[in-house]
Write a protein that binds this ligand. Structure first.
Ligand SMILES: Cc1cc2nc3c(=O)[nH]c(=O)nc-3n(C[C@H](O)[C@H](O)[C@H](O)COP(=O)(O)O)c2cc1C
Length: 209
């Protein structure tokens, strides 16, 4: 697939079929992470791949609880404050948070080494370099998965989720994970949210804003 075609095809998909992603493909797609730029040259990424309904359900159990809470309060409040396309995405995404992480039976936790400052207590912007590098790696994974005909969705951990997950998988203290990333084959009727239309020319400024 041509690179720009991959860019166009990469979309967040939250409905997966039961077709299994092979270990070989998982490895190939994750290898893309190690081609991303990293702040310290070291590419200190580690991946935990979780398979099996029970294992995934245990790992995401706080997600289920936290999402239920947001669903009760968040949707109503969002209706008044969000842009229409944003709200439509939110309405589609929110009820699928738990299911999308279960459905493809291939949940990945992309861990990265966070040195010097705790992730949520940065001293300045450069303290976030490890986090930024880890996200560059995630984007590479999303693009590689797309090139392999796969689809992805991810969820950002909130509240008690990072601590719970790190304890469950036995992650070292100085490692954090970017997101709950699920990779799979899209369901035949998978919903794709309308992407916001941006006129690139409007967003490029010459010399001054
Ligand atoms: C930093 C970041 C956080 C996101 N968090 C979530 C999330 O918690 N749950 C989810 O379903 N999607 C999440 N998304 C996916 C976005 O909803 C999605 O990328 C956006 O709607 C644009 O759609 P597209 O990826 O199909 O272009 C996140 C994306 C980014 C970049």
């Amino acid at each position: 697939m041509d690179f720009y075609e991959v860019l166009e095809k990469r979309r967040t998909i939250r409905d997966f079929s039961s077709r299994k992603v092979s270990e070989e493909i998982v490895e190939k797609v994750l290898s893309a992470a190690f081609k991303a730029p990293t702040n310290d040259h070291l590419r200190q990424f580690e991946f935990i791949v979780i398979r099996g309904r029970e294992n995934i359900a245990r790992l995401i159990s706080p997600v289920t609880e936290n999402t239920r809470r947001i669903q009760q309060t968040g949707l109503e409040a969002a209706a008044n404050t969000m842009d229409r396309d944003e709200y439509a995405m939110f309405v589609d995404a929110l009820p699928k948070q738990q299911r999308m992480l279960m459905q493809s039976d291939c949940l990945i936790l992309p861990f990265f080494r966070q040195k010097d400052h705790p992730l949520c207590q940065p001293a300045d912007q450069s303290s976030l370099n490890y986090f930024a590098s880890a996200w560059a790696a995630v984007e590479n994974i999303l693009l590689a998965a797309t090139a392999e005909g796969l689809s992805c969705a991810f969820r950002i951990p909130i509240g008690n989720e990072p601590a719970y997950v790190k304890q469950l998988v036995g992650a070292p203290d100085e490692y954090e994970f970017t997101c709950f990333l699920t990779i799979g084959y899209a369901a035949a009727d998978a919903h794709i949210c309308k992407q916001k239309n941006i006129r690139v020319k409007d967003r490029i400024h010459r010399n001054v804003w």
